[in-house]
Design a protein around this ligand. Sequence first.
Ligand code: COA
Length: 343
Amino acid sequence: MPNDPFINMTPIYSKITGLGFYVPDNIVMNDDLKQYMDTSDSWIQDRTGIKQRRYFTFGKDTNASMGAAASRNALDRAGVAPANVDLIVYATITPDYYFPGSAFLMQRELGLEGIAVIDVRQQCSGFVYALSIADQFIKGGMYKTVLVVGSEIQSSLLNKSTEGRNVAVIFGDGAGAAVVQATTDPEHRILSTHLHADGRHAEDLMVKDPGSSRDGRWLTEATLAAGDYNVSMNGNAVFKHAVVRFMEVINEALDANGYTANDLDLLVPHQANIRISEYVRQQMNLPAEKVFNNIQKYGNTTAASIPIALTEAHEEGHIQPGNLICLAAFGSGFTWASALIRW
Ligand code: COA
């Protein structure tokens, strides 16, 4: 069958060719939060590992401008001109507008009018979902260069009073980006991605308002008075599910490729809470140097946390060509996801 197009076709894979991140200048230490709420540096560090986080500066930073700064950084390092980007996949739960999403605003800022953009929500798993979308579009042959972004401004969403302190101390602002490109090299590439969700737990970590399924308008005096525009979190339930799902989805990625935890060079988990990462590390018998954490500096930046951590890990030399790298996420939805990469 010499004319069969499926014979002798070289498989197309995807690989990350550039990484970048941007965090706002404004550093907020744990003690700085005491001006808003009854808390302490020791409570926050003991329970979460966080020492400081960044808050955006109004008038300077926007969700899309931070995504653009991270993207320029990633494109520079990949040696890719913005004009060569075919698709933007943009993960955020804190968009500049209710709609259209921040992908459109960042596309405009980068001068890429006309190319396709996809906004992804998926909360703390947003970046891994976005990376998987990029991987599928590239492997399917539709696009060659995809910009994958996670960007969040959480600080304007938080209830920074004592009432909201169990949530407010955890989150921070920032953005990270990866340039993902087509390759025929079977050795250095994204090996697989794994995505999951369980909507039975939707209300365990949520922002309820503004929502459409309301009696009357979606934003009213009554909605504002109810305060359901704040993040509400069942911290205990999140913690319990997170530790199980993190391990499951990491093992799923390893199993799918015939590896075990011993083969991993670096795990880059979503920076949810140092105690979650530490529990997973111990259960999986991984040495401390094989799990990257930077939650101490940035808090939990939701969809931005993995690309920020991956970029820092790479900058600090923890990722070398040939290394086996696992990205793993868990978050609201609930969602959980992983990506295994041979760098
Ligand atoms: N500062 C000081 N005290 C605080 C506080 C804060 N920021 N937040 C809560 N507290 C108090 C509570 O009021 C409570 O006081 P009480 O015993 O007098 O009632 C006490 O600390 C314990 O609160 P609790 O909510 O039971 O704490 P916890 O040990 O469960 O820790 C989390 C809370 C949020 C740190 C923990 O549940 C957690 O890490 N969950 C996972 C969250 C997560 O990772 N979310 C992101 C997922 S992507």
